[in-house]
Structure formats: structure tokens, C-alpha cells
Design a protein around this ligand. Sequence first.
Ligand SMILES: [Zn+2]
Length: 48
Amino acid sequence: MVEYFVKNLKMHMYPVPSRCTVRYTKEKRYKFPPKGYEKCDKCFRLYK
Ligand SMILES: [Zn+2]
């Protein structure tokens, strides 16, 4: 199941998709997207 974490005030997905360059370094993870943070463009890019 996908989780979320915040790094540098941006919300990323965990596990981090390969298209995102951020590294997960044991930040707190959330089951649901935490409110009040900007979404990482790369992690949350929508595909159609
Ligand atoms: Zn990201």
C-alpha cells in the first residue's frame, strides 16, 4: 500500500517512484496524504 511522507515541505509518495529524485531517509510516513503540504510534481503526476 502506498504511503506518504514530507520532505522539504513537499509531500512525496512512499515507496518513492523512480521518476522522483527525493530520497527517503526515515521521515514520518502517513497512510493518507497529510494536509497543508505542496504535492511533489513528480510523485503525483497523473498518467492517462
Ligand atoms: Zn516526489
